[in-house]
Design a protein around this ligand. Structure first.
Ligand SMILES: *[C@@H]1O[C@H](CO)[C@@H](O)[C@H](O)[C@H]1NC(C)=O
Ligand SMILES: *[C@@H]1O[C@H](CO)[C@@H](O)[C@H](O)[C@H]1NC(C)=O
Ligand SMILES: *[C@@H]1O[C@H](CO)[C@@H](O)[C@H](O)[C@H]1NC(C)=O
Ligand SMILES: *[C@@H]1O[C@H](CO)[C@@H](O)[C@H](O)[C@H]1NC(C)=O
Ligand SMILES: *[C@@H]1O[C@H](CO)[C@@H](O)[C@H](O)[C@H]1NC(C)=O
Length: 320
């Protein structure tokens, strides 16, 4: 019995020791860049790896200062730099890896951030309306379990969330906890389905740790008009401009074409010419019988056969 208890104590101590010391700062992939989230004064290991041995390697500090190493693990393709992070170490680190075989160096970026015990993995999230997006915070002392996880939206809605709120149990038909995350591993995440412009702004994630305190961080959600919408907008605008142009051009053409009054005038002139020629002895040809439109010229008592020209001009008038 005594030994069992002792064993338990030792086991607990080992587990506690592991969670506290081994899993501390955390590394995430943020938009394809390795990002280390660490607590202030914590010792982190900034590491770059390649296949195959290295002949040398070095780091460039965010301030531009250079470090080079001849560590004993170069032959394993590992290059690392242990740092007790302070505010001066925040930012972008670059590692340079010189392979033995050829002269080309490999470089890699690593971002270091100093955060609270619960921190936003990505502080600025940008998306388009209608998309699905994750807002994600994590506990930064290893994968410790959270007592709860909650969010406050920019428009005043607050909710707490866990894996029970899956896609079929969405909060307000909109917010749910993604399937491959877990409060037990310290993931405080919400998935927003069908993002709208009103979701933009500062979101607060809050999580309670085993010390009974709530820790928070802020995520800024930005909603942008999608590029394809912009392109469609520009094309629509251009098409409308073209249509207006064509319309205006056609209007101008038509205002230049003869109006009804002009045609009437022409008809009258033709009639006058006809009357003038009537006095001449020449006989006029008879209008063809099968012509569909045969006109009797109005108010002419001495009506005479109609000329072809006159018929044409009258027909023109009728057709209009
Ligand atoms: C980190 O270390 C510096 C200097 O040793 C100290 O002033 C600061 O309070 C420490 N910060 C934390 C969060 O422990
Ligand atoms: C980091 O701090 C520890 C003590 O907390 C110290 O032993 C170690 O040398 C420091 N490492 C560096 C790289 O400054
Ligand atoms: C997030 O955006 C704010 C301003 O909008 C900027 O100051 C900050 O540097 C951004 N953070 C990251 C990690 O890009
Ligand atoms: C959501 O969770 C419930 C139980 O809590 C389960 O019955 C249901 O199948 C889950 N739905 C999805 C989409 O995982
Ligand atoms: C969860 O799934 C998404 C895509 O479905 C993936 O991008 C993400 O990396 C996964 N996260 C974890 C912790 O497995």
């Amino acid at each position: 019995m005594y030994y069992q208890n002792l064993l338990l104590v030792i086991l607990t101590f080992i587990l506690y020791d592991n969670t506290v010391n081994i899993y501390a700062y955390r590394t995430f992939d943020v938009d394809g860049v390795e990002t280390i989230l660490a607590l202030e004064n914590e010792t982190i290991n900034i590491e770059c790896k390649t296949d195959g041995p290295l002949s040398y390697c070095g780091f460039v500090h965010p301030t531009g200062k250079r470090y080079s190493f001849k560590s004993q693990e170069l032959h394993l393709g590992r290059c690392f730099n242990k740092v007790n992070v302070t505010k001066q170490d925040i930012g972008e680190w670059t590692c340079h890896l010189g392979k033995s075989a050829i002269g080309v160096e490999t470089t890699r970026k690593i971002i270091v951030r100093i955060v609270n015990r619960v921190a936003a993995i990505k502080q600025n999230v940008t998306t388009n309306p209608g998309r699905t997006v994750n807002l994600e915070c994590a506990v930064i002392e290893g994968m410790r379990s959270l007592e709860y996880c909650r969010f406050e939206s920019p428009n005043g809605i607050a909710f707490n969330i866990d894996s029970v709120m899956n896609y079929s149990n969405r909060i307000l038909d909109k917010y749910f906890y993604p399937r491959n995350r877990s409060l037990d591993r310290g993931d405080c995440v919400v998935t927003i389905s069908n993002v709208k412009y009103e979701d933009a702004g500062s979101w607060i994630c809050g999580a309670e740790l085993d010390d009974g305190k709530e820790y928070i961080d802020v995520i800024t959600l930005k909603i942008e008009q999608p590029m394809s919408d912009l392109v469609t907008g520009v094309i629509t605008f251009a098409v409308i401009l073209c249509l207006i142009g064509i319309f205006a051009w056609r209007k101008r053409i038509f205002s230049k074409s003869p109006s009804l009054e002009q045609i009437e005038m022409e008809d009258m002139e033709a009639q006058q010419r006809l009357r003038a020629t009537q006095s001449s002895p020449q006989p006029f040809p008879q209008p063809e019988r099968n012509d569909p439109v045969v006109f009797q010229l109005p108010s002419e008592p001495s009506s005479s056969p109609v000329t072809a020209t006159q018929q044409r001009s009258v027909r023109k008038y009728i057709y209009l």
